[in-house]
Write a protein that binds this ligand. Structure first.
Ligand code: AMP
Ligand code: TRP
Length: 342
């Protein structure tokens, strides 16, 4: 980060966040984190452990666990390759500007557009009256996260596409009504594995909170556990290895995972395995995933041993984040006509 106004010396600004709501899995890694790490070469990256988002769903929020999960997630983010020398990584609740800008945006966002968000509809299905207002408002806080840093690129998995479009809409509406304060962001999705599916139920996405026990591969799983999960992956009964997302979701998911971890196209991977049986395909995927995860797992576990160092890195990250967030918030407050404190 180079300037307090958010100037980045010509480099694009990137922002993304991840909730400390459970162990990081292969979907998080291939859908989002691989892009987080790669973008560091070309952009000024700001990443956040979004703890305020993790308290929006009571069934996923355990106060006794949240601090530990926050540190554990930071260890994994550094462990997979977020580089504190080049990027800013901080805990969302340490930068109070996020919550305050979310309030300002609450007065710009509409009830209708939030009610249409697919993720809200899914999570609130059948229990609208008992879900928290925070869950409903979740995408507004996410909008504040992104717009505080003038981010133009937001690396996320496919399930976040609508939230990023909403952030654009809210930013545009604010600018139109109050003057040009915010930069409008675009989602960056990976070319393959933007939606990694649960190995046991390949019609559902792999998920921190609602996945099956054997269907979710964690970044911190040891080699035997990873191999066992792939061995028991659900496929289909026609025995042919080919890409067909709708008709063969299990096999297609395995091909996408293999393509992502080996840096090849899914077509190339499918061609190579066209004559194989499912057993051989599963072994090949397991082996490639274990090799891909090994160095990340080792670094993450090592970092998790030193919570004081993690806290120091996160504090430095929050200081840097605040340098950009505070002036942006001041501009938004002024644009809306709030009296500055004397
Ligand atoms: P969350 O686990 O909801 O905090 O998600 C963190 C990031 O991982 C977001 O960018 C999501 O889009 C991405 N993500 C979560 N689950 C998956 C999945 N199954 N496949 C691909 N990306 C995912
Ligand atoms: N909603 C995102 C998720 O669950 C996490 C998130 C919060 C985020 N704020 C963000 C992602 C800002 C990108 C940008 O995955």
């Amino acid at each position: 980060m180079t300037g307090p106004d958010g100037a980045t010396g010509g480099r694009a600004r990137v922002f993304s966040g991840m909730q400390p709501s459970g162990a990081v899995h292969l979907g998080n890694l291939l859908g989002a984190l691989t892009s987080w790490v790669a973008l560091q070469d070309e952009a000024d990256c700001v990443y956040s452990v979004v703890d305020l988002h993790a308290i929006t769903a009571p069934d996923e929020h355990d106060p006794a666990l949240l601090q530990q999960r926050t540190l554990d997630l930071a260890a994994v983010l550094f462990g997979v390759g977020v580089d504190p020398a080049r990027s800013t990584l901080f805990v969302q609740s340490h930068v109070r500007e996020h919550a305050e800008l979310a309030w300002l945006f609450n007065c710009v966002a509409t009830f209708g557009e939030l009610g249409r968000m697919p993720q809200f509809k899914e999570k609130a299905a059948g229990r609208d009256a008992s879900v928290s207002v925070g869950l409903f408002d979740y995408p507004v806080l996410q909008t504040a996260d992104i717009l505080l840093y003038h981010a133009t690129k937001v690396p996320v998995g496919e399930d976040q596409r609508h939230h990023i479009e909403l952030a654009r809409d809210i930013g545009q509406r604010f600018n139109h009504r109050f003057g040009d304060v915010f930069t409008l962001p675009t989602a960056i999705l990976p070319p393959v594995a933007a939606r990694v599916m649960d190995l046991q139920d390949p019609t559902r996405k792999m998920s921190k909170s609602s996945g099956t026990v054997k269907g979710v591969v964690h970044v911190l799983d040891d080699a035997d556990t990873v191999a066992a999960k792939f061995r028991s992956a659900v496929t289909d009964s026609d025995g042919e290895v080919r890409i067909d997302r709708a008709g063969k979701p299990g096999v297609t998911n395995l091909l996408e995972i293999l393509a992502a971890v080996s840096g090849r196209s899914v077509e190339a991977v499918a061609d190579e395995h066209a004559g194989s049986g499912y057993g051989a395909l599963k072994s090949a995927v397991a082996e490639a995933v274990v090799a891909f995860l090994a160095p990340m797992r080792a670094r993450s576990l090592e970092l998790a041993e030193d919570p004081a160092e993690l806290q120091r890195l996160l504090a430095a990250g929050a200081d840097r984040a605040r340098e950009v967030a505070a002036p942006t918030l001041d501009r938004a407050r002024a644009a809306m006509g709030l009296l500055p404190p004397a």
